[in-house]
Design a protein. Structure first.
Length: 434
């Protein structure tokens, strides 16, 4: 990693679909410093570009001054700004013979067999991505059901377009996607899908893949407990023997739509410096990402960083914007506290008034597995029995689905003295004005 420490760090260099300690580092930012990134779209662009070893195009890892293994890094997201004017997305179908074990990872030309072939673009449509060696369609994916969506100037509304408009955008695909200069992906606008024209959607941009570097190299899209299942038993270079090996993940690929401007994300440090990476910006997404993909876009992100020493996390913690919290997990008002204290006097109970909301991210093969993972992480972090975690999360929180099949947010209100012991109470108080 870089020895020079920057108070403000600009990052516009990307990996080819992998995260891990051996990736070239983008630089080092000061503890308390600011990072600005310019990222290409995730998912569909890398998915149709066979040179990629993973399903996203994320930044090279960023070291944070003083971050040691066993610490955590608070990523305070200040701004998420879309630059694409349109994108294409939808549910996917896989193309036989264009991959080995995993269509996101071990690509090969279905005709000449070249692994991770360089490709050229010829024309538009789903046959446009050609192997540079033999000229065959080399992409691993096509659309089962696809849409092309355009955005208004304020990025508040999206609209799906018809075949003629989609074709016009395909003819200037890189420009419309606003791919950064150093991006190496093909734009999915090339495919020009046009089903469901005239459908409006609310926009609210967020980051689908942001976090810290795992100690084991893996495809960036598979740094999660659900997508990571495809690594177990795989014969490619990033295959894993069992679930235990997958525990090295840092769950950067969350697709939690509350990871947006104003939120604070606390991430585990599992390699020296932390190695923050950013990518997979989305213009919008409903809970669960039910089509498995959403409106991937290019854009700018700005965030501040803070090292929290000795906060030994297994996976991310999210402090979302207060408006994004479920009502049951919202901070108590003065009126709430007054009523609870009156009940406490009546029944002779000390009232636990100094509490704050957190969301523990859990991931696993299924939603149930992800929820159990969140229970385990919360119990270990807060030194609570599973019974207490389940009960607190029922009475003062609940589970939200980030992505199917297996990413969840476990909400709960936690006594502030617990958070003080962990060294993170100040972040919760700052986030919610407590």
């Amino acid at each position: 990693m870089s020895e020079q420490v920057e108070r403000e760090l600009e990052v516009d260099q990307y990996t080819l679909g992998l995260v891990g300690p051996d990736q070239e580092w983008a630089g080092t930012v000061a503890d308390g410093g600011t990072v600005r990134t310019h990222t290409p779209a995730g998912c569909w662009g890398p998915m149709i570009t066979p040179e990629f070893r993973g399903g996203h195009e994320v930044t090279k890892p960023i070291a944070v001054e003083g971050a040691e293994v066993g610490d955590a890094i608070a990523i305070k997201i200040k701004d998420v700004q879309v630059t694409s004017i349109a994108t294409s997305t939808g549910s996917m179908k896989e193309r036989d013979r264009a991959f080995g074990d995993d269509p996101f990872v071990d690509h090969k030309c279905p005709e000449c067999g070249t692994e991770w072939p360089e490709t050229v673009v010829e024309g538009t449509g789903e046959d446009a991505v050609k192997c540079a060696e033999c000229g065959a369609n080399a992409s691993s994916f096509g659309f089962e059901y696809g849409i092309t969506t355009v955005f208004d100037d304020d990025y508040e509304v999206g609209l799906t377009v018809d075949a003629a408009a989609a074709e016009g955008l395909a003819e200037r695909a890189d420009e419309a996607m606003a791919l950064p200069e150093n991006s190496r992906q093909h734009s999915p606008l090339l495919y020009a899908p046009s089903e469901m024209p005239g459908t409006m959607g609310h926009l609210r941009p967020f980051l689908g893949n942001i976090g810290t570097t795992p100690p084991t190299e893996m495809p960036d899209s598979h740094n999660a407990g659900d997508f990571g299942q495809f690594l177990i038993g795989a014969e490619h270079d990033w295959g894993m023997a069992d679930e235990e090996e997958l525990e090295a993940r840092t769950d950067g690929h969350m697709d939690v739509n509350e990871v947006r401007a104003g939120a604070t994300l606390l991430c585990p440090v599992k390699v020296e410096g932390g190695g923050i990476y950013v990518g997979d910006m989305h213009a919008n997404q409903g809970d669960g990402e039910l089509a498995l993909h959403t409106t991937d876009v290019s854009g700018h992100t700005e965030f501040d960083v803070e090292v929290v020493t000795d906060l030994d996390l297994d996976g991310p913690l999210l402090l979302p914007n207060e408006e994004d919290l479920p009502d049951i997990s919202a901070p108590f008002t003065d009126d709430d506290v007054e009523k609870a204290q009156a009940l406490g006097e009546e029944y002779g109970v000390d009232v636990e008034t100094d509490v704050g909301p957190i969301q523990v991210i859990g991931s696993g093969a299924t939603i149930n597995d992800a929820t159990q993972n969140a229970f385990d992480r919360a119990g270990d972090l807060l030194d609570m029995s599973e019974g207490e975690v389940r009960t607190r999360s029922t009475f003062t929180g609940g589970v939200e689905v980030g992505r199917l099949p297996g990413v969840v947010q476990l909400n709960m209100l936690v006594p502030m003295d617990k958070l003080e012991e962990l060294g993170m109470a100040h972040l919760v108080r700052e986030q919610y004005g407590l």
